[in-house]
Design a protein around this ligand. Structure first.
Ligand SMILES: O=c1ccn([C@@H]2O[C@H](COP(=O)(O)OP(=O)(O)O[C@H]3O[C@H](CO)[C@@H](O)[C@H](O)[C@H]3O)[C@@H](O)[C@H]2O)c(=O)[nH]1
Length: 510
């Protein structure tokens, strides 16, 4: 680790687990590389979550140099249920309201950074803010520091999502079902069904367009962007994103606990090899050990892991078809199960969501393990029995899966997930798309067919696994840091820090 320093960086993640998790990893990575003090600002309940995450990782002695700072937030003032401080339990429609409400953090965040500057006699080295808080670039400018945007997505997904929201190119497509991103090659061509219905219906005057257009435009005024990806993994996506933003983009991924990314692949699981992923901030209804024990009882690469991230659910009819397809495939699986769309996300599990007697049959046959609400995902993906991941293609899930060479069955449900899926299927060959969004009708026969295809150790499944293995090596090589031999992400982080320090020097001279 570099020598301790008086420099400080303030981070502002968006209020969602899919954003908080990579911000935590980024804070650790920067602190370990530089010794800088890092402050993460968030609302009270998210601070509680972050705090328990740090406390749970006893193998990280630096965590006292990462401080957590509270920002006041009252969801009830914004017409949301009380104590809503993350997207976790919100329906997609309520998320729109939550995005607007989150903008009330601007004034308290300005005061917080201003107080930090007054206390230490100079502003922090920089603010690293989420792309959803683009206004942080104005806060940084007004307080004499710089802002760096962290998108938390991959390069291709970030480019597609940002460019489509800003330009709404699908509106000018005429009779065609396809459109492409203006100024980009044909590989950036999309089918209209790859747009989530919010985006498909957007016309620039709706609240979603207004939110995304203003936050992306503000973020494009920052000093550069950080991306949780790797040069060798997304060369084209990064080139296109740089052309679009006309700003430096530092690819500093994969943002994963070092114990996971540097783990010896011969050990069967993170837990078995004494690895803590430092993710215990969420209450698990099943112990990590029980999941590992279940996985141990299955053969290598034989288990399908199913999860739709921290905030999405599928529809009741899709849930039935998925369960039937799983049972008919006879393949072992672990399924993180949540109330389907239309039910309160916090409600108790109900047997009626699944075919009659499903859970009991799966348990008796040792075919399936149903995990309520939240599973130790990284530990499951790191286990050698896990052979594929049925995922909504949230970017953290993509990176976590490929860092373990686990191919993906894609089922995008929101946000930029369809673009992540397109890249994984068309550019990388490590995924097959099962279906898209919530409103698609899903047939259990199709579920069975796709599961059999991907779980097959030969043929298409074997080919996907070999390609995923190449990506795993690229992701691991990027964080190599042995003397002069530094991977691309380590060099990118060095470059970010040098750029920030030279900006600081320039501003103190002028
Ligand atoms: O049971 C679970 C479910 C999730 N996770 C973790 O939660 C994170 C989920 O992140 P992600 O896979 O990216 O999904 P979302 O939570 O849906 O992420 C949001 O944020 C991502 C990053 O910006 C975007 O790519 C997604 O579209 C957006 O929905 C991952 O680290 C998972 O390991 C668990 O540990 N256990």
């Amino acid at each position: 680790m570099a020598s301790k320093s008086n420099e400080q960086i303030v981070m502002l993640p968006f209020l969602a687990h899919g954003h908080l998790i990579p911000f935590i990893a980024l804070a650790r990575q920067i602190h370990q590389a530089t010794g800088f003090r890092i402050s993460i600002a968030s609302t009270p309940l998210n601070i509680q979550y972050l705090s328990s995450t740090f406390n749970s990782s006893s193998d990280e002695p630096e965590s006292d140099s990462i401080t957590l700072l509270e920002l006041p937030f009252c969801s009830a003032d914004n017409g949301l249920p009380p104590n809503t401080e993350s997207t976790e339990n919100l329906s997609l429609d309520a998320i729109g309201k939550f995005l607007s409400a989150s903008q009330s953090l601007r004034a308290p965040f300005h005061s917080l950074v201003s107080d930090i500057s007054a206390k230490q006699g100079h502003p922090p080295l920089c603010i690293i803010s989420d792309v959803f808080f683009g206004w942080a670039s104005e806060v940084a400018n007004s307080l004499g520091t710089v802002n760096v945007t962290f998108s938390t997505g991959g390069a291709y997904g970030t480019l597609a999502y940002s460019s489509i929201w800003l330009n709404l190119p699908h509106r000018g497509r005429g009779d065609s079902d396809e459109f492409h991103l203006p100024g980009f090659p044909d590989r950036c061509r999309f089918h209209i069904t790859q747009l989530h219905h919010f985006l498909r219906n957007a016309d620039g005057t709706d609240s979603w367009s207004k939110f995304f257009q203003s936050q992306i435009s503000f973020s494009m005024q920052s000093a550069g962007w950080l991306c949780n990806t790797v040069e060798e993994f997304e060369p084209a996506g990064l080139e296109w994103l740089r052309n679009f933003l006309k700003l430096p983009v530092w690819a500093i991924g994969p943002l994963l606990p070092p114990t996971v990314i540097k783990k010896d692949s011969s050990s069967s699981s993170a837990v078995a090899s004494g690895i803590s992923t430092g993710r215990a901030g969420k209450r698990l209804e099943i112990s990590v050990e029980k999941c590992m024990e279940w996985l141990e009882s299955h053969s290598p690469s034989s288990v399908l892991y199913i999860s739709f991230g921290s905030q999405n659910s599928i529809s009741p009819s899709q849930m039935m078809e998925l369960a039937t397809g799983l049972e008919e495939s006879a393949k072992p699986f672990i399924w993180v199960i949540r109330p389907p769309v239309g039910f309160d996300k916090k409600c108790e599990f109900r047997a009626e969501w699944l075919p009659e007697g499903f859970e009991e049959r799966m348990e008796k046959r040792k075919q399936g393990l149903l995990v309520r609400n939240w599973a130790p995902q990284l530990e499951i993906l790191s286990h050698q029995s896990t052979g594929a991941f049925l995922s909504h293609c949230g970017w953290n899930s993509v990176v976590e899966s490929l860092s373990q060479a686990v191919p993906i069955i894609a089922w995008p449900l929101a946000a930029e997930q369809a673009y992540n899926s397109k890249m994984l299927v068309e550019e990388m060959g490590v995924s097959v798309e099962l279906t898209r969004w919530l409103h698609s009708s899903l047939d259990w026969k199709e579920v069975k067919k796709v599961i059999e295809l991907v779980m097959d150790k030969n043929g298409k499944g074997g080919d996907m696994r070999s390609k995923a293995m190449v990506i795993k090596d690229q992701l691991r090589a990027a964080v190599r840091d042995e003397g002069e031999d530094k991977g691309s992400s380590v060099r990118a982080l060095d470059d970010l820090i040098k750029t920030l320090q030279s900006k600081r020097q320039m501003s103190s001279i002028s």
